[in-house]
Write a protein that binds this ligand. Structure first.
Ligand code: AMP
Length: 418
C-alpha cells in the first residue's frame, strides 16, 4: 500500500479543523488591519532563495527541494515565503507608487529536514509583510496584530523577545567587539562558531550548542553599539510596546545574520505548553527588496508555523473547544418516496444557508443511525412514509435520546433556532 512521502503528512479531521480555525482567525484579524492576502507559486527559481535566504544558510545548503524541470530551469519548492512575496511585489511593481503595501500569506513550505517531533518536510506558515514603512510605529502595529491573533486563538502566556541588530553601517563596530571577545575564549566554541566568527559573527550568539551558549556569558551587547538613529528606533518601539501592554523582553542574543536585516529582530515565545518555546520569528529587512532587484524600500515581517500553532492549541484546549464539523444534523429518508422528498427538503435547508448532511445510501435505519453515532451527529431527522403522510418529520436528539415531531414546513426555522 502506498504511503505518503516521508516527512509529509495528510491533514484531516480535527487537526485540519484547527488549521482552518487558525486560518479563518488570521484572515479576519489581518483583514481588519488592512492586510491583503497574496498567494505565490510553490516553485521559484533557485536564485530567489540563494539571494534572499542566503547561500551560507542551512536552508539553502542542505534543506531545499531543488531540481531541474523539463525545460532545464533550476527551480526550488519554496522553503519559506518571504522571498517569493518580495519577488512578486517587485515583479508586479507594487512598490513604485510609494504607498505602503501590507500583505499576508498562508501556505505550505518545503524543507528537507532531519526528522524530529513537530518538524515536517512539508509544513505550513502564516506570515505578514509590510513594505514601504520604516517607522517603529509600523512594527508596533504589526506586533499588535500578531498579539491580537494569538490571544484570539486562546494563547495567554506570550512574551515578545526583541532585539535590534542595527544597520550594515553600524555593525562593523559590533563585529570587532564580538571578534575580540571570541578570540579570548575561542577554544570553548564549536567548529561552526569558528566558521561563523569569520563569515557572519552575529550568528555565534544564537548557536544552539549549549557549551557555546555558556561561553557567551558576558558577551558584548549589540544594542550598545547601535548608531544613533537605530538606538532611537529601538527605544521608541519599546515605548510603544509598553504603552500597548504587549509583554516584551530585551533579548541580546536574538539575531538575524544576513546583511539585509536591519534594526528590529523578534521572536514570540509562549509558555502555554510549560517550557518556554518559540512560536515564531521575524524582523525588519530593509535591504532585501533592493537586494532582489527592486526599489530601495524598507520592509518588516514575520512567519509563524501553523503546524506548531495547531499542536499547541490542541494541547491547551479541551475537546469541547475543538472546532466541530460544519454540520451536526443528518437527514435519513426511508424508502423511495421519502428519498425524493428528502432531497427537496434538504435543498430548502441548504438554500437557507443551513448545514445538513443527507443520507443517500438508502437501506436500513439501523445502519444509518450507527453511522450518525460514529460521525458525532447530534440531531437526526427521519423521514418515512408515515411522516410524509402526516406532513411531519421525526427528530431524534442523539445526546439525550429524546424524540419529537416537527411540522415539515418548519424544519429550516427549527434548525436555524438550534
Ligand atoms: P523559520 O522560517 O525557520 O524562521 O521558521 C518560522 C516558523 O516556522 C518556526 O517557528 C516553526 O514554527 C515553523 N517551522 C520551520 N520549519 C519547520 C518544519 N520543518 N516543520 C514544521 N514547522 C516548521
Amino acid at each position: 500500500m502506498a504511503q505518503s512521502v516521508k516527512g509529509m503528512r495528510d491533514l484531516l479531521g480535527v487537526e485540519l479543523r484547527w488549521f482552518q480555525h487558525i486560518e479563518e482567525t488570521a484572515r479576519r484579524v489581518f483583514g481588519c488591519h488592512g492586510y491583503e492576502e497574496i498567494r505565490t507559486p510553490i516553485l521559484e527559481e533557485l536564485e530567489v532563495f540563494k539571494r534572499s535566504v542566503g547561500e551560507s544558510s542551512d536552508i539553502v545548503n542542505k534543506e531545499m527541494y531543488e531540481f531541474t524541470d523539463k525545460g532545464g530551469r533550476q527551480v526550488v519548492m519554496r522553503p519559506e515565503n518571504t522571498a517569493g512575496v518580495v519577488r512578486a511585489v517587485i515583479q508586479h511593481k507594487l512598490l513604485n507608487a510609494n504607498d505602503p503595501v501590507l500583505l499576508y500569506y498562508i501556505g505550505q513550505q518545503f524543507r528537507y529536514e532531519r526528522m524530529q517531533a513537530g518538524r515536517y518536510r512539508q509544513f505550513w506558515q502564516i506570515g505578514a509583510e509590510s513594505f514601504g514603512v520604516a517607522t517603529p510605529e509600523s512594527e508596533a502595529e504589526s506586533l499588535l496584530m500578531l498579539h491580537s491573533f494569538l490571544t484570539e486563538l486562546g494563547l495567554k502566556r506570550l512574551v515578545f523577545a526583541i532585539n535590534s541588530v542595527g544597520t550594515p553601517e553600524s555593525r562593523p563596530a559590533f563585529h570587532a567587539a564580538i571578534r575580540a571577545f571570541f578570540a579570548q575564549r575561542s577554544e570553548q566554541f564549536c567548529a561552526d562558531c569558528h566558521r561563523r566568527i569569520e563569515s557572519n559573527p552575529l550568528r555565534i550568539l544564537d548557536c544552539k550548542n549549549e557549551q557555546c551558549q555558556r561561553a557567551l556569558a558576558g558577551h558584548p551587547v549589540i544594542t550598545e553599539y547601535l548608531d544613533e538613529a537605530s538606538a532611537r528606533h529601538h527605544a521608541r518601539l519599546k515605548e510603544l510596546l509598553t504603552e500597548l501592554a504587549i509583554p516584551f523582553e530585551e533579548t541580546p542574543r536574538l539575531v538575524r545574520g544576513l546583511d539585509y536585516y536591519t534594526r528590529t529582530a523578534f521572536e514570540v515565545l509562549s509558555t502555554d505548553l510549560g517550557a518556554q518555546s518559540a512560536l515564531l520569528g521575524g524582523g525588519r529587512y530593509d535591504g532585501l527588496v533592493k537586494h532582489l532587484g527592486g526599489p530601495d524600500v524598507p520592509a518588516f515581517g514575520w512567519a509563524i508555523g501553523l503546524d506548531r500553532l495547531a499542536m499547541v492549541l490542541q494541547q491547551i484546549k479541551t475537546e469541547a473547544d475543538a472546532p466541530s464539523r460544519v454540520t451536526s444534523t443528518l437527514l435519513i429518508p426511508l424508502g423511495d418516496r421519502a428519498a425524493t422528498a428528502a432531497l427537496q427538503l434538504a435543498r430548502t435547508i441548504w438554500d437557507a444557508g443551513l448545514a445538513l448532511q443527507l443520507e443517500t445510501r438508502g437501506g436500513a435505519l439501523k445502519k444509518a443511525m450507527a453511522s450518525a453515532n460514529r460521525m458525532g451527529i447530534q440531531t437526526v431527522l427521519i423521514l418515512g412514509d408515515g411522516e410524509l403522510d402526516s406532513g411531519t418529520i421525526t427528530v431524534k436528539h442523539m445526546a439525550s435520546g429524546e424524540q419529537e415531531s416537527w411540522p415539515l414546513g418548519a424544519v429550516a426555522a427549527r434548525l436555524a433556532a438550534q
